[in-house]
Design a protein around this ligand. Structure first.
Ligand code: GLU
Length: 407
């Protein structure tokens, strides 16, 4: 039996982190099992569904690189729901009450048990649900009916979705039974919680996937973080590419309890991915400064501000506190070493090779600290070789001279 999974968002809002993780788990499960991954837009609720949210969902999945094999939109499948509905009515498994157009399922009121791949055996008593409505009319299926017909018709083998849907499952199983549909396997994944263990929501900060894009997070970092939010790879390894996750992911290592969202951890992932990202990913304005920026940046959107604050010495000569100018006895030697490097090969490693032997013999702090202070006007700053390479030979020399002239 080959695996078919689906991610079935309702386009009633932008794709949130929880939805993104559900999509990711479905995608990874399909990868792992060489199965198929369907995106199904559940827009039967015409009032709440909006095209811009569908667009947002599709764009989010594209950004996260979660590609799907098939795409459906429930609003285009109304005809498909008609026949099973008619069959239920014809078989007296569903009916219309007098004076009502709505169609209700005849609920046998039995208890429903299913085995959830994450939560184990789950039992619900369905008698209090009564004869619940499954369609507003023959041409207006409601959510539960559409889900069941679609999952059946599309051959969905595993329903991987948020735990908030677990209480929908008994209704859907009753509809399946009435239709004679096969029952897929269920895996309800734990919710993402805020640090105070309440449900993660807007008041805890950014929740939509594309907001993270706007804030300068990398999709690889978000995927990696979300994969580990509730899933345990059973190793100490933390950095996983999407392809690697697709080889390792398994539902039995998904935890039962809610997973607490930790922005600091996401930031850590983002820094790790940023450090190793190709230069063309960095906004053009930041590229030249990337060697020093890369250790200071958490998200790409911080680059302009960092350049204006911490790294503003790249754009103007520093003003110096007296204390920064106190020790310049090695400047003439530094000058000579710097001048020995050809201007067209003024690289950090060349500088380091030229200066370090001298710094090691004369005392690193004695040589490098004043050098750095002269370049940046700051007590603490990036590696002076990286800074000098970015400034270029002429400016590096000019700053040494300028600092010397002030002392
Ligand atoms: N359309 C539902 C939602 O967006 C999901 C349905 C399902 O996964 O079964 O919450």
């Amino acid at each position: 039996m080959s695996v078919i999974v689906r991610f079935a968002p309702s386009p009633t809002g932008p794709l949130h982190l929880g939805g993104a993780r559900t999509a990711l788990f479905n995608y990874l499960f399909a990868q792992r099992t060489a199965g198929r991954f369907i995106l199904r837009i559940e827009d039967t609720d015409r009032e709440r569904s909006k095209p811009e949210f569908e667009k947002n969902i599709i764009e989010s999945l594209k950004w996260l690189d979660l590609s799907y094999d098939e795409f459906f939109r429930q609003s285009e499948r109304i005809e498909i729901y008609k026949q099973p509905l008619q069959k239920l009515v014809a078989g007296d498994l569903a009916y219309q009450r007098e004076g009502e157009t709505a169609i209700r399922l005849r609920n046998p009121g039995r208890s429903v048990t299913f085995t959830d791949l994450i939560r184990g055996e789950v039992t619900f008593n369905t008698s209090e649900l009564g004869d619940f409505v499954i369609a507003k009319s023959l041409t207006e299926p409601l959510y539960h009916l559409a889900v069941v017909v679609d999952d059946w018709e599309m051959g969905v083998t595993h329903i991987i979705r948020g735990e908030d849907h677990i209480s929908n499952t008994p209704r859907q199983i009753l509809i399946q039974a009435a239709l004679g549909a096969t029952r897929p396997a269920y895996a309800h994944i734990p919710l993402i919680l805020a640090p105070d263990r309440s449900k993660l929501s807007k008041r805890h900060g950014a929740v939509s996937a594309l907001e993270y894009r706007e804030r300068g997070y990398l999709p690889e970092a978000l995927n990696n973080y979300l994969a580990l939010l509730g899933w345990n790879p059973d190793t100490d390894q933390e950095i996983f590419s999407l392809a690697e996750l697709g080889r390792l992911f398994s539902l039995d290592k998904v935890q039962k309890s809610g997973a607490v969202f930790d922005l600091e951890k996401l930031n850590w992932f983002n820094r790790e991915y940023l450090k190793n990202s190709p230069l063309d990913l960095i906004p053009e304005k930041g590229r030249k400064f990337w060697p020093v920026l890369k250790d200071r940046v958490t998200t790409l959107s911080e680059i302009p501000e960092l350049l204006e604050t911490e790294f503003n010495y790249f754009f103007r000569r520093p003003t110096y506190d007296k204390i920064l100018l106190r020790n310049q006895k090695h400047f003439s030697k530094l000058r000579a070493l710097i001048e020995s490097i050809p201007a067209n090969d003024f690289q950090a490693d060349r500088l380091k090779a030229a200066i370090m032997p001298y710094a090691d013999s004369a005392g690193r702090g004695e040589v490098l600290w004043p050098f750095r202070a002269a370049l940046t006007g700051r007590e603490k700053s990036a590696d002076p070789f990286l800074v000098a390479a970015i400034l270029g030979q002429a400016e590096t020399l000019a700053r040494l001279d300028y600092a010397a002239s002030l002392a």
